[in-house]
Design a binder for this molecule. Structure first.
Ligand SMILES: Nc1ncnc2c1ncn2[C@@H]1O[C@H](COP(=O)(O)OP(=O)(O)OP(=O)(O)O)[C@@H](O)[C@H]1O
Ligand SMILES: [Mg+2]
Length: 291
């Protein structure tokens, strides 16, 4: 837990919860390890498995996963390749499209792109940042330049950014553990936009379960398709937009989803009858390394 990304504090909360939970099961010797830099120096080598509670950066982009592969220590969540793909929204879109998993129409823009390459409204985002930093919706031609600049600013003004068709409607998330989809949770943000403030600073975002039915079935099946397309294993959270006509679009995959007391994967896991510790246990039992 911990690490150097902007999500360090969330990771510390996730890690403490998971460690407590696993201890409470009485069948594991649990050693919490806090990382302050991007290497495994503080971690003993004689462990049976590593529960990765890092979010963002080296802890989620294949970095720590590659180190653990070298050590041949099983770890939770996807391996190197899937982590790398999921961390990069452009790579994710390419893979999803190739495998026929529905995702919003997209294009690329770079410094100097004069106008939106797709019909407005669009969403402009840096491919590799998290937590909605640098993401904005463009509804009018005037909005293009500030949105492009904001997305580029999140990556030092260079490289390519993702331009996506804006999908009106609802937002949903589906946790997948070991290839099995959990119950669907809807994200109801005030104003319909789940940006940084709605994620971390608002008490007005609500997270109701979606009732069983055709839409829930489609979302769960599509979540598994996305998980398989990217080559995930263990735990991953798949985020969706659902249009007013009921069409589903995969937004992104999170290969190290939050595990704080109000995080969505544990909440969905607990809906199936497991305890918080039971959800952690299932994820730990699926730990593996790339061969
Ligand atoms: N194509 C889109 N249509 C409608 N809304 C969108 C679209 N893309 C993003 N959004 C809104 O912006 C929010 C953040 O976008 P996204 O999930 O792609 O990035 P992120 O949350 O910053 O990434 P990460 O989960 O890695 O932190 C979404 O939750 C959604 O509310
Ligand atoms: Mg997101």
């Amino acid at each position: 837990m911990g690490g150097t990304s902007s999500e360090r504090e969330v990771s510390l909360a996730s890690g403490r919860n998971i460690a407590e939970a696993l201890k409470s099961l009485g069948k594991y010797d649990v050693l919490p390890v806090v990382l302050d830099s991007d290497n495994l120096d503080p971690m003993p080598r004689d462990v049976d498995a590593v529960y990765i509670a890092l979010h963002g950066g080296w802890g989620e982009n294949g970095g720590v996963q590659a180190e653990l592969d070298k050590l041949r220590i099983p770890y939770t969540g996807p391996g190197v390749m899937a982590s790398k793909i999921a961390m990069d929204k452009i790579k994710t879109k390419m893979v999803l499209e190739m495998k026929g998993v529905p995702t919003a129409k997209w294009s690329l823009a770079s410094p100097g792109t004069e106008s939106s390459p797709l019909p407005l409204p669009v969403v402009v985002k840096p491919p590799c940042d998290g937590s909605s930093v640098g993401i904005s919706k463009v509804s009018t031609a005037d909005g293009w330049k500030p949105a492009l600049d904001a997305a580029l600013a999140a990556q030092n003004g260079v490289g390519e950014v993702l331009v996506e068709e804006f999908i009106p409607g609802r937002e949903m998330t589906v946790g997948v553990i070991d290839g099995e989809a959990l119950p669907v949770i809807e994200i109801v943000a005030k104003g319909g936009w789940y940006g940084y403030d709605e994620k971390y600073n608002s008490n007005e975002t609500k997270y109701p379960f979606l009732d069983d039915g055709k839409l829930a079935d489609t979302l769960r099946k599509t979540a598994i398709d996305a998980y398989n397309a990217v080559g995930c294993r263990g735990v991953t959270r798949v985020d969706f937009r659902v249009s007013p006509l009921g069409r589903v679009y995969v937004l992104e995959l999170n290969t190290s989803p939050g595990f704080t007391s109000h995080s969505l994967v544990p909440k969905a896991g607990m809906k199936t009858g497991l305890s918080f510790a039971g959800v952690c246990d299932r994820i730990l039992q699926a730990a593996d390394f790339d061969r």
